[in-house]
Design a protein around this ligand. Structure first.
Ligand SMILES: Cc1cc2nc3c(=O)[nH]c(=O)nc-3n(C[C@H](O)[C@H](O)[C@H](O)COP(=O)(O)OP(=O)(O)OC[C@H]3O[C@@H](n4cnc5c(N)ncnc54)[C@H](O)[C@@H]3O)c2cc1C
Length: 301
């Protein structure tokens, strides 16, 4: 059954989507937010760099509070994954895995990026508390500490080199034993970064505080904290592609810097799926800005 069109459908209820929903709710537009519930913000156990949260806040807590705030403003929230988007009757049709079909006058894509984490390792208990992903967010947390980089090939090596800004004691463990580019070994050596090619069997931790790792050959490597960099993260821009939205070669969505509208009229994008530094505060800013311009377009100003 096709229900009456929403003024806007937001696909993705992470940081960018929820901030946009709150802003659109305050304009009192009729908005549906569809979220599959598998965002980066659900796996980050602590954001340390957000203004107002000097002790940090978990992604879950931030999303819970964002959802409550959006609902209070009349935003409809549904836990469902969108599988198809189409341009229809001057607006958009959205189909979900639950079999629901919705229509909207405007569309906001806030579908984020999905991190490639190795299926054979349970990293989640430490993510955001002592095992980090983003040096711009959490390089500060490892300053002067013995740090392991768990990764794959060049992605892990590049991360180790970047982290040298914060600490001198780094060991890069190439878990997937992917070959490094010529010259990379020399660069690591020059920066005093130890290199090991061995699968990690388990991460040792107590209450999310990493103590080190056990390798598949039985060796134990102690550390205060770690970073992960396995490369090949997935930019979730497939829905944008279905609509003919222009993407960068790396599959991030290109948006207008001022309005956050994509190359397709009345389709906006915000957050990590677009081209920018992947940070929570930036995703929030994007979401708010997109919502302002969606509002302008709805009222014709
Ligand atoms: C481990 C980790 C630690 C981080 N630490 C920090 C930090 O300390 N500081 C910082 O500033 N940033 C940090 N980041 C980055 C930050 O989490 C992201 O920049 C932020 O979450 C981006 O928000 P977003 O809304 O674009 O994407 P997300 O928060 O990932 O939300 C995207 C949402 O879209 C939904 N979605 C995707 N496709 C569909 C679909 N087809 N249908 C329905 N829903 C869909 C997903 O389920 C998800 O809920 C970290 C990221 C990770 C992974």
């Amino acid at each position: 059954m096709i229900r009456s069109p929403y003024e806007c459908i937001i696909i993705g209820g992470g940081i960018a989507g929820l901030q946009a929903a709150i802003q659109l709710g305050r304009y009192q537009h009729r908005v549906l937010l569809l979220d599959g519930g598998k965002g980066r913000s659900t796996i980050c156990r602590r954001y340390h760099n957000l203004m107002g949260w000097p002790e940090g806040i978990s992604g879950e807590a931030l999303l819970r509070s964002g959802r409550a705030q959006a609902e209070k403003l009349g935003i409809e929230l549904a836990k469902d994954t969108v599988v198809m988007t189409q341009i229809r009757n001057g607006g958009f049709r959205v189909d979900t895995t639950a079999g629901a079909v919705y229509e909207a006058k405007r569309l906001l894509l806030a579908t984020g990026v999905s991190d490639r984490l190795p299926a054979d390792l349970d990293l989640k208990p430490c993510i955001g508390t002592s095992l980090y992903i983003c040096p711009d967010c959490d390089g500060y947390e490892i300053r002067g500490k013995r740090t392991l980089v768990l990764g794959s090939g060049n992605a892990g090596a590049s991360m180790a080199l970047v982290l040298r800004y914060w600490t001198e004691e780094i060991i890069y463990i190439n878990h997937e034993r992917q070959e490094l580019d010529a010259g990379m070994h020399e660069q690591l050596k020059q920066k005093g970064i130890a290199y090991m090619e061995e699968a990690v069997a388990a991460v040792d931790h107590t209450d999310g505080k990493m103590a080190g790792v056990r390798l598949s050959d039985g060796a134990c490597i102690e550390a205060d904290c770690g970073f992960i960099a396995f490369g090949r993260n997935k930019v979730q821009s497939d829905l944008a592609e279905q609509l003919g939205v222009k993407l960068m070669d790396n599959r991030h969505i290109i948006v207008d810097a001022r309005t956050k509208m994509t190359s397709v009229s009345h389709v906006w994008a915000a957050g990590d799926v677009t081209v920018h530094s992947e940070q929570a505060a930036i995703a929030m800013g994007d979401g708010a800005q997109a919502a302002i311009w969606i509002h302008k377009s709805l009222i014709g100003s």
